[in-house]
Design a protein around this ligand. Structure first.
Ligand SMILES: [Zn+2]
Length: 579
């Protein structure tokens, strides 16, 4: 992990903002270009030079269904975020659960953050309680971070209906809480919950809430679109109004319920916000938070605004995949910028044109975000696509080899293989066309036994046992392992047999397994296609198997997955680059 000095620390860019946008100047007078036409009925400030990226994966992001992190996982995610270079990492809510308390207790000793500042999250004091007597605020101080973020109700409706208190008490809760935390020398970020809905409803009250927080010493006021339904043109108008009204740094926090969280973040920055909250990969409850993996490149590459340190932008794809790994959610191939399909071309007729002028077919250079151009190969592909794919992998295939592999590909696709979605198996096929054979181990046979008892009292109601017989380094190995299903058992048995010979394999593990029945008309006699996604912590590859027998199909995909992992582990150790 490198350790260049913190590039976008909150305070510095927060203060810088005021200078660069030329508050108070009449339109056209500011140093930079003013944007936003007069037809909007409001002026947009000069684009800020820098914004602070505030990641809330460990707090808001973990609200996602099915996402559950141990304290160790949380520490690993925080490491990745720091490696990426975000300014702030919201680590959790120490007042709400013991796991987060433990996270903050362990963080100082176990996290060596080089660019990021850790932030503890909490809420304002309860109604009718003094700030110094409030348990949540006390836990926030105890979390011992440099900065805290507290959430407050900023919408009149939520104050009267959810909080069931008076508007004056809501204002006092905001101000008292900020003041209390400032008295403990904490940097305070103030999340104004339901801000946009509240503003539409009663702008006067929402503005009173954020002004109260500012007066009490909040460093940044973060405008939250908690229900996620706001659209970009409203964001620009409303944020511009708040920016004009307040002196302190303005942040934005969007949920993606209308599919606009990233667009809204950009709109917020165009209107003068200089802190952008969100989650790498857009995790979060319902439809998620703003996806920082898209927001960061958009701001950096398209608006030329400093976000993470510029030389780290190429880390965003590996970090996105690594975090997907840690939270155990398969990455979305279609994710902008970082998805495996983000720069994948199913070329057909245009292949040679794409090869000549990639910039004409790609909105940014994939290298800039640590991703790569990929040519998708299928039976529809011509020779030129296949040649490009080989070139992409650094393989030299002569004309005969190319014809041979094209014939094989077509024959296999006719039988139900689908190489377009199985980049791992395709690569092995192309490697074999160069005359290469995987010689890591030789499979003699494998066997799977499944036991089932109808006794529901029996804790071992279903057991699966797999045995593999293989030759590795001139030794015959027979290994047996149990698993929760045939693939798991086969995977364990195979690893048991060869693991000691290939220590690199320990980083390689299966992340997803998908089965599809291809010819449903034939019922159980139909052909089954199995796809397995495997990861080494940085890259994910997909392998394929097809057979009438699901275990046979699974074994093919598993075998390819392991061989691919070994090819790339070997190349990495040897100094070569792995895909
Ligand atoms: Zn949120």
């Amino acid at each position: 992990m490198s350790s260049e000095p913190g590039a976008s620390r909150g305070r510095s860019s927060g203060r810088g903002r005021g200078d660069s946008r030329g508050k108070g100047d009449s339109p056209g007078k500011a140093a930079g270009h003013r944007h936003g036409a007069a037809s909007h009925g409001f002026d947009l400030p000069v684009l800020p030079e820098a914004v602070d990226i505030f990641d809330t994966t460990l707090r808001d992001g973990s609200q996602q269904e099915g996402l559950s992190l141990t304290v160790d996982d949380k520490l690993r995610v925080a490491e990745q975020l720091d490696h990426l270079g975000v300014a702030f990492i919201e680590g959790g809510w120490p007042g709400a659960n013991h796991k987060d308390e433990e996270f903050f207790a362990r963080a100082p000793a176990e996290l060596r953050l080089s660019t990021a500042t850790l932030v503890a999250f909490g809420s304002t004091r309860r109604a009718g309680v003094r700030a110094e007597d409030d348990e949540v605020l006390r836990q926030l101080v105890k979390a011992n971070t440099e900065a805290v973020c507290i959430v407050a109700k900023a919408s009149k409706l939520h104050v009267t209906e959810a909080l069931r208190t008076t508007l004056d008490e809501a204002l006092a809760m905001a101000a008292d809480s900020v003041r209390f935390l400032r008295e403990h020398d904490l940097r305070v970020f103030f999340d104004a919950e339901h801000f946009f809905d509240g503003y539409r409803d009663d702008p006067e009250f929402t503005l009173r809430v954020v002004r109260a927080a500012e007066e009490a010493g909040a460093e940044a006021i973060v405008l939250c679109d908690t229900n996620g339904g706001t659209l970009p043109h409203d964001v620009e108008r409303i944020v511009a109004g708040v920016v004009a009204d307040l002196e302190c740094q303005i942040g934005v926090h969007f949920h993606n319920d209308s599919g606009c969280a990233v667009a809204n973040s950009i709109a917020g920055v165009r209107a003068g916000a200089t802190q952008v909250q969100g989650c790498v990969n857009g995790y979060g409850e319902r439809t998620g938070n703003a996806d920082l993996s898209a927001a960061i490149p958009n701001l950096s590459l398209k608006l030329n605004i400093r976000t993470i340190p510029p030389d780290r932008l190429e880390r965003i794809t590996p970090v996105s995949h690594h975090i997907a790994e840690l939270v155990n959610i398969a990455p979305n191939p279609q994710q902008p910028y970082v998805g495996s399909a983000a720069f994948a071309h199913k070329a057909g007729l245009h292949t040679s044109a794409i090869a000549r002028r990639r910039d004409a077919y790609e909105h940014v250079s994939p290298d800039a975000v640590g991703n790569g151009t990929r040519f998708v190969v299928s039976e529809m592909a011509g020779r030129s696509t296949l040649a490009l794919k080989a070139q992409e992998l650094g393989l030299e295939l002569d004309s005969d080899a190319l014809s041979g592999v094209l014939d094989t590909l077509k024959a296999l696709e006719y039988r139900g293989y689908h190489f377009e979605v199985a980049d791992g198996s395709l690569e092995l096929l192309l490697r074999k066309a160069t005359g290469w054979e995987p010689e890591y181990f030789e499979v003699e046979s494998f066997r799977v036994i499944n036991d089932h008892t109808d006794n529901i009292e029996d804790p071992r109601r279903h057991t699966t046992e797999a045995t593999v017989r293989i030759r590795v380094d001139d030794t015959r190995v027979v290994a047996t392992a149990e698993g929760n299903g045939p693939i798991n058992a086969l995977d364990s048995a195979l690893r048991q047999a060869i693991g000691a010979h290939f220590p690199n394999l320990s980083a390689v593990h299966l992340v997803d397994y998908r089965v599809r029945v291809l010819d449903t008309g034939k019922g159980t006699a139909a052909v089954t296609r199995v796809l397995i996604d495997t990861s080494d912590g940085e890259h994910v590859w997909t392998t394929i198997g097809v057979s009438e027998n699901i275990i046979e199909a699974s074994w093919q995909a598993l075998y390819d997955s392991i061989v691919y992992g070994l090819v790339h582990a070997e190349r990495r150790v040897g100094g070569g680059s792995a895909s």
